[in-house]
Ligand binder design. Structure first.
Ligand code: PHE
Length: 353
């Protein structure tokens, strides 16, 4: 009998040792080890419970109750300790990972609107105020829209391979549009007069590049068709455009020119805002800056889309968009626009998005 220590003394020993050891537990790994030592299947308390059988029958119930009470006490102590450790661990990680929100952020690199896009927006706004809707058309066109419906017959030199980029010629003639004028016919086919649209977009020509020629550039087409439209309307609209773009003093000049889809046809220019028409480097000492071609829509074009040329008349014009930027910003070489040189583009940083 004496070989077995009294239950109380044994439990007190276990309790004292366990609680003291728990005081020294400082992290979750140590807590796990502690739990195994005192509460686990091979732990001290379990061993004690196993020895219960060797106690006198009278002592067993009290010893069992005391052992279970201790198990509960140690479990509770273990849980409290674990919670403290977890909270302390969280505190530590929060402190370590803390972000100093008082530091100024890094400024993101913002792009700027390309000067050609900016000019297209400006032109669209000006024409919107005059009642023109902005529409867009395909850059890959059929010969029918790029040429035929514009009164450019198959033997016209503009259809020559030298200025047209041909995509497909076997079954049907498919080209990269050489101008935005195909949208004249497309628009008229889709709607009845009155028509008032502007069409900005890329155009392509198979030609040698130099300071004033690119194989890809942008145009802005204009078209107005209604009853009683005259050349005076065309002049008024283009003069208003010149003034909105280059200032209220500006005057415009029309000279005879030929385009198969207008009659009469003109080229139009604005007097140079830089020298006030006196002649300078920018206007090549002529006093005038050429803006594009224009004219009254040819009756054959109206007929081709099913409009009655006796009832309706219209005007059309085509502006070179890069050219407008060159005049306005004093850019000397058209190749700069698609050249992708950031030093050039950054000069337009004021067009920030
Ligand atoms: N499409 C012509 C060109 O590319 C310009 C133009 C448009 C002329 C409309 C007259 C009328 O040169």
């Amino acid at each position: 009998m004496t070989a077995v220590p009294t239950t109380d003394a044994n439990l007190d020993e276990i309790r004292g040792g366990a609680l003291a050891a728990l005081e020294n537990v400082t992290n979750p790994t140590e807590a796990d080890a502690w739990e195994r030592t005192y509460l686990g299947a091979k732990g001290e308390l379990t061993a004690f419970l196993r020895r219960l059988g060797s106690l006198p029958a009278d002592d067993r119930p009290a010893a069992g109750r005391a052992a279970n009470a201790l198990k509960q006490e140690l479990t509770a102590a273990y849980e409290t300790r674990s919670q403290h450790l977890a909270a302390a661990d969280l505190e530590r990680r929060l402190a370590e990972d803390a972000i100093d929100i008082t530091l100024p952020g890094r400024e993101p690199a913002l792009g700027v609107v390309h000067p050609v896009s900016r000019m297209i927006e400006e032109l669209s706004d000006i024409f919107a105020l005059m009642g023109f809707q902005t529409v867009f058309g395909p850059e890959v066109e059929t010969g029918r829209y790029n040429f035929d419906l514009l009164n450019i017959p198959s033997d016209h030199p503009a259809r020559d391979v030298w200025d047209t980029i041909i995509v497909e010629s076997d079954r049907e003639e498919i080209v990269l549009r050489t101008h935005t004028s195909p949208m004249q016919a497309r628009t008229m086919e889709q709607t009845e007069p009155p028509v008032r649209v502007v069409v900005p977009g890329r155009v392509y020509r198979y030609e040698a590049q130099d300071a004033s020629h690119e194989w890809m550039f942008h145009q802005l087409e204009g078209l107005a068709v209604d009853t009683n439209i005259t050349m005076a309307d065309l002049k008024g609209v283009l003069r208003e455009l010149a003034r909105q773009l280059f200032g209220p003093e500006r005057r415009i000049r029309f000279r005879c020119d030929f385009f198969p889809f207008v009659e009469p046809g003109v080229d139009f220019a604005v007097d140079c805002a830089i020298c006030n028409g006196q002649g300078c480097r920018v206007c090549k000492h002529s006093g005038w800056l050429e803006m594009g071609g224009a004219g009254m829509v040819h009756p054959k074009v109206l007929q081709g889309v099913g409009y009655d040329p006796k009832r309706y008349t219209g005007f059309a014009f085509g502006l070179g968009v890069e050219r407008m930027v060159m005049m306005k910003e004093g850019v000397g070489d058209v190749r700069a626009f698609a050249g992708n040189d950031l030093r050039f583009l950054r000069q337009f940083a004021r067009f920030a998005v």
